[in-house]
Design a protein around this ligand. Structure first.
Ligand SMILES: [Zn+2]
Length: 258
């Protein structure tokens, strides 16, 4: 019991450190820059970040959210991503314990975090993450998450196919582009990890979340319907709901039906 608590603490702190690296990925992948070198710098004055100013969350608080050299405000995104990554490290360890499913699911969730924040910033979902993620997550799911090869394959095909047709019909009906190719690839990646049964659930929940947030933006910020809200973060949120509650929901559904 005691050692489990310590392990949870260690993984949560490690999660925050990984979150720091995810911030680098979020900033650099859309620019086509290396995520390994050079070390992090202030985007305004270019001063390299000192190691003692690079402690997840803590440094942000100690520095008052400002660069030590030029006082440029540091985006709130940095501590937020670090906190989120730490939180999911803890939740996933709690869910899977010391099994290979834990690191597999953690890498998957980290990818969703990077995709969500890149999509929020740039309205793009880089192919390197989704098209690269499809084979990686299909293999991880088959090896460690109990998915069959056929299920992963059908998940990729149905995930890509469904959104592709939604996108084509939406454009034909409204004359504007609603869903990008990035969303199609992302749903294929989610299907690769969860299998085909997840697709309908993820589509329903993400559309619902998107509709609620879209309505709130229209009502309270006066944005009009044409203002595009990126769909990727909603797909990722729905995927997280499925990851943590999908099995219980399927069992509940089957119990109700039988
Ligand atoms: Zn600076």
């Amino acid at each position: 019991m005691g050692s489990t608590v310590w392990l949870a603490v260690i993984f949560t702190l490690a999660g925050a450190a990984v979150g720091s690296f995810l911030n680098v990925c979020i900033g650099r992948i859309p620019e086509g820059l290396s995520i390994i070198s050079p070390p992090s710098r202030c985007p305004r004055c270019g001063h390299p970040i000192r190691f003692y100013d690079n402690i997840p969350v803590v440094s942000f608080l100690l520095l008052g959210g400002k660069c030590r050299d030029c006082s440029e405000k540091i985006s709130f995104r940095y501590p937020l991503v670090e906190l989120l990554t730490a939180l999911f490290a803890w939740l996933l360890f709690d869910l899977y314990g010391l099994t290979p499913a834990f690191p597999a699911a953690f890498v998957f969730v980290c990818t969703l975090i990077v995709i969500s924040f890149i999509d929020l910033d740039h309205q793009i979902i880089p192919h390197i993450l989704t098209l690269g993620g499809i084979p990686v997550f299909a293999v991880l799911a088959v090896l460690f998450m109990g998915l069959t090869v056929i299920d992963a394959f059908c998940g990729i095909m149905i995930g890509a196919g469904v959104l592709y047709f939604v996108a084509v019909y939406y454009e034909a009906l409204t004359g504007r582009e609603g869903m990008g190719g990035g969303d199609v690839n992302l749903l294929a990646m989610l299907g690769a990890f969860f299998g085909w049964k997840s697709i309908l659930f993820i589509l329903l929940v993400s559309s619902l979340l998107g509709a609620v947030v879209g309505l709130v933006l229209i009502l309270f910020q006066g944005r009009d319907m044409k203002y595009a809200v990126p769909f990727g973060p909603f797909l990722c949120m729905a995927a997280l709901v499925y990851l943590f509650f999908g099995n219980s929901l399927i069992l509940l559904f089957e119990a109700l039906r039988g």
